[in-house]
Design a protein around this ligand. Structure first.
Ligand SMILES: [Zn+2]
Length: 159
């Protein structure tokens, strides 16, 4: 049986189905890992309760841990407290930016303010940007245009 740390490490290899640049651990979706004689239970909180990627993620987690030799894996979903973009690790935010997605800033619960914040272009770091559409390709993204390099980019919205 793997130790708890080894399981956390293995989960670093499980990528978010929508943003393959970032792992489910970096995204802050994995809340807890419990190792017991009967098997391993991984507790996750999806970014959105109706997130269609949830089943894919749960299956990916099970497949990865089985690959590591864990025979019995359960994935449990917990919806409260709701997932917050504050749970994305610093490394995760760096990877979002490298992927071309403007990372959400740390908001500490003060979300209303952040919607009016200036979002920096992930390509050239310019803050001269304009919000085009508050809903991008998924509910959790907004579309912006950079007025300096003309790049159209998506922002991972702070939630
Ligand atoms: Zn730019």
């Amino acid at each position: 049986m793997l130790t708890k740390d080894e399981i956390w490490n293995a989960l670093e290899a499980v990528k978010d189905p929508e943003i393959p640049a970032i792992s489910v651990v970096e995204l802050g979706i994995v809340r807890d890992v419990a190792v017991e004689d009967e098997g391993v239970t991984v507790t996750i909180t999806p970014t959105f309760s109706g997130c269609p990627a949830l089943t894919v993620m749960a299956n990916d987690i099970k497949a990865k841990l089985r690959e590591e030799g864990v025979e019995r894996v359960a994935v449990q979903t917990v919806l409260a407290p709701a997932w917050s973009s504050d749970w994305i690790s610093a490394e995760g935010k760096r990877k979002l930016k490298a992927f071309g997605l403007a990372p959400p800033r740390q908001h500490g619960g003060d979300i209303v303010m952040t919607f009016f914040d200036v979002v920096a272009c992930p390509r050239c770091d310019s803050k001269n940007t304009t919000l085009q559409n508050s809903f991008g390709s998924t509910l959790c993204r907004a579309i912006w245009t950079c007025n300096d390099c003309q790049e159209t980019f998506e922002q991972f919205k702070p939630i």
